[in-house]
Design a protein around this ligand. Structure first.
Ligand code: ZN
Length: 247
């Protein structure tokens, strides 16, 4: 692939004859464009970040949030409550609520299925926290994962870790579930996989139509769960039993 992107990391502007460094986010975006790598809101770009760039990004994002607060006509220079909000928000986006974009997947080891287990099991509820990519407000919910094991298995707690990593990005719920399914298939190559997510969307609760009780439920079924209706029914029955244990 040919690229016409500048290779230099500096730019000249007509008003300043001396070279000024390009913003780190622009340098990263240029690198991703040159490599033909997508960087949509729910993509992970950790493999394309170089050492120290996340720290530089944090400084840049804090500066932009500071400007956002100023544009919202908040006196951040005199308001003790919002004095360091920009730094907090930058840290929160890059290392907490959107960490699934910038950080590598947690290390998850898989093991051979030596006993040739072939009965299905479900794990849940796993708490999932995300943000809608339309308004960047929270999506909070529960997730259940059903597995019919294949040649590899992973520990139960690892499903929580990978779900947390996948959901910690700006999302729409339907895509989050599909991306989680892709990651679990990559990790343990199950014969069958089913995922159910029930979540509340704060863009419906807190703003917009302001419906406090509405939730969204969606699922994905793959492999044997897709081909065998009785297996699929068993998954939803097991989820119902797990839910009844909550109350
Ligand atoms: Zn929204």
């Amino acid at each position: 692939m040919t690229s016409t992107l500048p290779t230099s990391i500096t730019a000249r502007t007509p008003s300043s004859p001396e070279t000024v460094p390009l913003p780190i986010s622009l340098r990263i975006r240029q690198r991703l464009d040159a490599a033909g790598v997508a960087y949509l809101a729910n993509d992970n770009i950790s493999n394309h970040l170089q050492d120290g760039e996340l720290d530089q990004l944090e400084v840049e994002v804090a500066g932009k949030v500071r400007e956002l607060l100023r544009s919202l006509v908040i006196d951040i220079d005199n308001d003790h409550n919002t004095e360091e909000t920009a730094e907090r928000v930058a840290r929160m986006y890059l290392h907490e609520v959107f960490k699934g974009r910038y950080h590598h997947q947690p290390k998850i080891a898989s093991f051979p299925n030596v006993k040739k287990l072939d009965e299905i099991y479900t794990v849940g509820p796993i708490t999932v926290r995300s943000a809608c990519s339309h308004h960047l407000v929270p999506i909070l919910g529960n997730c259940w994962i059903g597995i019919k094991p294949g040649d590899r298995v992973i520990g139960l707690s690892k499903f929580s870790r990978v779900a947390d990593w996948v959901f910690s990005r700006p999302h729409i719920q339907e895509e989050a579930v599909m991306i989680l399914a892709d990651e679990i298939e990559r990790l343990c190559e199950p014969e069958g996989l089913a995922i159910l997510v029930k979540a509340q969307h704060y863009c419906m609760k807190w703003r917009g139509v302001k419906e406090p009780q509405t939730s969204m439920v969606n699922s994905v079924v793959r492999g044997d769960f897709r081909h065998d209706p009785s297996l699929k029914a068993e998954f939803f029955e097991l989820v119902k039993q797990q839910e009844s244990m909550l109350y």
